[in-house]
Design a protein around this ligand. Sequence first.
Ligand code: PEP
Ligand code: MN
Length: 337
Amino acid sequence: MIVVMKPGATQRQIDHVIERIEQLGLRSHVIVGTERTVVAALGEKRDGAKQALETGEAVEKVVPILAPYKMASTEVKQERTCVAARGLKVGGRRLGVIAGPCSVESRDQILELAHFVKEAGASGLRGGAFKPRTSPYSFQGLKEKGLQMLAEARQQTGLAVVTEVMAPEHVPLVARYADVLQVGARNMQNYPLLEAVGESELPVLLKRGPSATMDEFLLAAEYILKTGNTEVMLCERGIRTFEDHTRFTLPLATVPYLHQTTHLPVVVDPSHGTGKASLVAPMAVAAVAAGADGIIVEVHPDPEKALSDGFQALTPAAFRHMMADCRKVAAALGKMM
Ligand code: PEP
Ligand code: MN
């Protein structure tokens, strides 16, 4: 349920509502809006709770939250959430661009790319140090050494480091180096991991599972939000379909759909979404046109020699061209990039 306070409700009146919610065995979550404050009452349905809260001083109304994802829903919060990590801001008028290699491969590689993508207009640096690979024989990432290289790249460029964490027990280590924790597609429903990244209090980039519905995606986000961490970005990275001309199928209708159902910002990954370098830039442009709050793109100085996902990596020159095209579309929509 949401307890909507009257405009001008005092802190004492809000505190009283919080106390009543907690006495009813529910959790409270306060959202201070520009016009009014609302207090969400979360938990199992309780008989008589609505009536009990309605009588509170300065309570305008009590309405049920219909969506199964309570804190992620626009029913609870209409104002869009803007997630920020250093210069990376996702959810405002300026689009967030996160770029870099699939995997951190060497100090030279990540430093060179960091300077390049920064120059080209990115504000986040991606790069996996712990890599979820389909085959156990493939390159698994440089682990902590990779994280140290990312931290050095951040120190030189100021870019926000976005990197994947694969297991709850790795969260403290990865959080020491990262600005944003990425939860990969394969881990979208790893609930202990979602709780652990939530508790880290760092912003989280949550990737959609390749077979997850929108409700499952938003309920995964809800696990993070429930810890009290409200800094969650949703990332559409493509789903598994019968199509085989692309690695995954990138459904861009999820961008406006998510904007209607949640206040969380939406990032699109055209690299994994297509799996083909030649398709990445057009789909990045399409993502911007669909209203995405950000994009995450794989770039490699020499894609042929990449240790992972080289077939979908843009060369630095192709990335620069993609940025120029995206900027035109962003400007047409009144956004900056
Ligand atoms: C990645 O970003 O390199 C990655 C492994 O992505 P996903 O989890 O979407 O497959
Ligand atoms: Mn990759």
